[in-house]
Design a protein around this ligand. Sequence first.
Ligand code: DGJ
Length: 688
Amino acid sequence: MSQTTQTWRVDAPGQTLVLASDGGIPSVIYWGALLPEEQELAALKQACERDVTGGMIDRLPDLSLCPEAGNSFQGQAGLVLYRGTVPVYPRCKLIDADGRRFVCRDDADGVTLTFQFDVEGGVIAASTLLETDEAVVVHHLAAPVVPGPEFGAEILDFSGRWIGEFQIERAPWRAGIHMREARGGRSGHEHPPIAYFPENGAQNTSGTVHAMHYGWSGGHVMYAEEMPDGRRQIQWGHATGTRAAGMRFATAKLYLSVSQSGLNGCAVDFQRHLLDDVITWPHPDQARPVHYNCWEAVYFDHNVAELKDIAERAAALGAERFVLDDGWFGVRDDDTTSLGDWDIDPRKWPDGLTPLIEHVASLGMVFGLWFEPEMVNLNSNLARARPEWVLGAVDQIEGRQQRLLDLANPAVQAYLFDKIAAILSANEIDYIKWDHNRLLPVADAQQTEGVYALLTRLRTAFPHVEIESCASGGGRIDAGILVHTQRVWLSDSNDAAERLRIQHDAALMLPMAVTGSHVGPRICHTSGRVHDIWFRAWVAAQRHMGFEMDPRELTDVEVAALQHVTAWWKTNRNWRMDADILRLDSADESVIAEQQMARDGTQFVVFAGKASTGRQIMPRPLRMCCLEPNALYEIELVNRQEAHRLSRRDVPLKSGALRLSGQALMSLGVLLPWSFPDRMWVLQGRRL
Ligand code: DGJ
């Protein structure tokens, strides 16, 4: 090791990051499980020295926090920079370091790079700041680059679509770049900004896993590259070329997690991080209210008397927050008009929203309202008055007949603030559903910075108002938007079978309290399927529960089922608010199962969803996880009355509780009764 080598370590619960520098930009030489305090970092640095052979240059260029093309680095560079049309290849020296913040500078090119590492709960938050002496154009700036784990063959990331969010993709690590890029100007359905890197053999509940999440809502890029010398690197940044020329560029925070307990360890890190470190709750001491949202009941057809009737029925089901969705403003009778005209429609609401809000309040519910502030229809008073506020080319392809407002323009932000503030000030509103239903004509980071600024201003002025992030369902879900919001509308699919899967995979990032889930209409509006009311209710009860059907369609039996499940949800919501969602490794491929575990370990609930007909005739055992092996637990099937007569034997769980050790529950597992597909068993456990 050279005389001038410096080393540092960043420890978070369960993980250590070790950095080293010989005078240049530091490199991460270790990112993995927590190292013992006694580990000598100089020795670690020596252990990381790599050989070279024929056909290679004489020393491997550093895989630094920002690999530099100017240093003969042959892979993806961490910084792609132009002064005018001329590429710049800085070679920075480390000029200041305190173990958390590393400042590097190339005097000749006038480039300063600052890398910052902070511990936030169980994750390490890493970001890069680029400052230049002259205006430059940045095509790519990576958040601190980390080496890709070399003990796994697969990259696990996500794709998705409208009504089909969070689909797990498995790609092999292989020579060259595996690249994901969201170019729609939002984090997007298509490439959610999160990836897992499991070591070979890792599952939900076991094995070593690394995971990363880029907390930015404006579109991102990820490179997972295996270089010819075998080293791997992972880079995240804003989507390529989405920033205007300037002298100061910051990446979003890149969140790092390492687990030795399977995918779940990282999932729990991310879930807890969102709950404990990212989100600010308007009413931290209040329980999450059960929602009713009227969208799929009435769409744009608002009638005060009808909505009052619906509100009464929703309250009778157990709803505690009534959300009036799209259609209350301008002349919004369909989705071709009025976005931008945020004035209450006097045709539908001759006395304003007050009569409905007061009625809702008299039923013991709070009131929420839908907005889609960033958007405008050309058929609106706003677009006619302010055509220069509309973003993009005049002849652009529209999305849902709408365009974007130029959120980088302070006047646009001020207009939207005033409009929304006027509605919030004049009405008792405790919640906004903030929608975003089209992609940008050209991805542009300033749009996202603009919406963050607007949200910051609104949150400061109305700190008691909760905000939900919706973008045609789950098109804008990331830690960046959750700095300003508290709930996500995970999907426009209220199909319980599809939702079961989406929720399960989204739990690799999202906790229960943040994830909206509603019981939809009997005939699902996005799939045409009809599901049993209990299944629909339990799937919604897995997350932040609500209803979205027209309650006038419900039979008495359905009302009773919804009341029953809602009452269960309310009884359990407080401990489940910050519970960990642990995905179970089901031996039965037809079962999607999770265990929600109280943080203090005293209780849990298992949701075992039968997603299809099983291959074998009887269910296979289902193992729990993360229990105390020597403790005794009492488990009980909460909904055993749902057993069908084709489940013919009186197995013990159908008649009462069972007492088993944690070890037995984790090794033997439980045998659930036979059931139809599209059903859910709900098993509650208590440590004795
Ligand atoms: C898309 C959302 O995802 C829906 O829930 C609903 O709010 C509509 N927009 C309203 O236009």
